[in-house]
Design a protein around this ligand. Structure first.
Ligand code: PEP
Ligand code: MN
Length: 447
């Protein structure tokens, strides 16, 4: 029988871990790990397998992956309104993509677990005071005081509780009728009068309603529109959270990380001989790896060999984040090498993380134009290589924030200050997200 003892290779270096007071072997961390290891799973391993089967379809160009949510979720923002707005935004984007491209859309929230962040610097200095950097609510608090910034392992249990509450509402919305395609108008409430994308969406929603009425009249059971699959995902960063939530599945006798359906390893923690890659190689969930512009074809092939040696369909997703200026140069050699190797991977575009800069007004931001240009480069590269542009990974919120520049609303550097609410990276707001969906839908239709 498979057991969890000795599942993970001991002694490997884990990058980007918090400096817990008392150390990783201290009593406080041990207590949190022990609590987590006894709590029930947040997801069922069978759901992870279902997602894997859907990713396998997307790898063949028969479905499109839409993953979106906050850069960093926070405990205080896990409210009904905020969760509903994010779900609504993703459902609206999915409807646009599905309608215009006639492809099933795999809906994945970057939520119900996205509470930990890798950081470029361990510390942050303000006015001569140096404190530990904010590493996400899983570790410490954003407030700039010593108490708030000191890593606290009790927070790991709070991550579990907040993820559980979030996922519960997500499941209620997506199974209870809120996500019913017949509600396609309801999701747009409050936006229908937006002259640009709200109105355009409304037009599409009318057409969808007519199509659904037609299908119903032809005998299709309307109940079949009622529930949708919605999956959870986050970066598997803090190993003292992910390991105790790894369990042996009673059906298959194999280990799954039951903290989310889909886990990815970030650009900064994907060292081949590091603890995160070892972790990912040992769990059965579908796995993503972020690939930045320094990734070589040899790196990509080595990751495939480590994470998917049997070439299992749906197992591996590469999330490329090259930057608008580099994608047309850096992605094609990877597509070529991976295709020639015969490996099955899903290619997803993260057009956010290669396009971040600081505005003259001092905010970490991104230009909508750059985001779209990276997506365009992604589609162009796949067209030239004969491979499938499999999906997008977007930092977004359903709220009306001002964090990214441009888009139809033409948010300016001066506007950033008015509603900049992100705890970490800048997100597309509701309107920008919808605009992106319309633009991606066109590219997908013409692919
Ligand atoms: C992120 O997804 O928020 C992130 C830190 O990305 P990356 O690992 O690609 O830098
Ligand atoms: Mn981010």
């Amino acid at each position: 029988m498979t057991t969890l003892d000795n599942l993970f290779t001991p002694g490997l270096v884990a990058a980007q871990q918090p400096q817990w007071p008392g150390g990783v072997d201290g009593d406080a961390v041990k207590a949190a790990v022990s609590t987590l290891s006894k709590l029930p799973p947040l997801v069922f391993a069978g759901e992870c397998d279902n997602l894997k089967a859907r990713i396998a379809l997307a790898q063949e160009g028969k479905a499109f992956w839409l993953q979106g949510g906050d850069c960093a979720e926070t405990f205080v923002a896990a409210t009904a309104d905020s969760i509903r707005n994010r779900i609504k935004t993703i459902l609206q984007m999915a409807a646009v993509l599905q309608y215009f491209a006639s492809l099933p859309v795999i809906k994945v929230g970057r939520m119900a677990g996205q509470f930990a962040k890798p950081r470029s610097n361990n510390d942050e200095t303000r006015d001569g005071v140096t404190l530990p950097a904010y590493r996400g609510d899983a570790v410490n608090d954003l407030e700039f005081t010593l108490e708030a910034r000191t890593p606290n392992p009790d927070r790991l249990v709070q991550v579990y509780n907040t993820s559980s509450a979030t996922l519960n509402l997500v499941r209620a919305f997506t199974q209870g009728g809120f996500a019913d395609l017949r509600q396609v108008h309801t999701w747009n409430k409050g936006f229908a009068n937006d002259p640009r994308f709200g109105a355009r969406y409304e037009e599409m929603a009318n057409e969808i309603s007519r199509a659904l009425a037609f299908m119903e009249s032809a005998g299709v059971d309307p109940e079949s529109f009622k529930s949708v699959d919605f999956y959870s995902s986050h970066e598997a960063l803090i190993l003292e959270y992910e390991r105790p939530l790894t369990r042996i599945d009673s059906r298959t006798n194999l280990p799954y990380d039951v903290s989310a359906h889909f886990l990815w390893i970030g650009e900064r923690t994907r060292q081949m001989d590091g603890a995160h890659m070892d972790f990912a190689s040992k769990i059965q969930n579908p796995i993503g790896i972020k690939l930045g512009p320094k990734t070589t074809p040899e790196d990509a092939l080595a990751m495939i060999a480590k994470l998917n040696p049997t070439n299992e369909p749906g197992r591996l997703t590469f999330i490329t984040r090259m930057g608008a200026g580099l994608i047309r140069e850096k992605l094609p050699p990877l597509l070529k090498a991976v295709t020639e190797s015969g490996a099955k991977v899903l290619w997803v575009c993260d057009p956010m993380h290669g396009n971040t800069f600081e505005s003259s007004t001092g905010y970490k931001t991104r230009r909508f134009e750059d985001v779209m240009d990276e997506v365009r480069g992604f589609f162009e590269s796949h067209k030239a290589a004969g491979t499938h542009p499999g999906g997008v990974h977007i930092e977004l919120t359903g709220d009306d924030v001002t964090e990214c520049l441009g888009g139809g609303e033409q948010i300016s550097e001066e506007d950033l200050a008015s509603r900049y609410e992100s705890a970490c990276d800048p997100r597309l707001n509701h309107t920008q997200s919808l605009e992106l969906a319309f633009l991606v839908a066109e590219m997908l239709r013409d692919r």
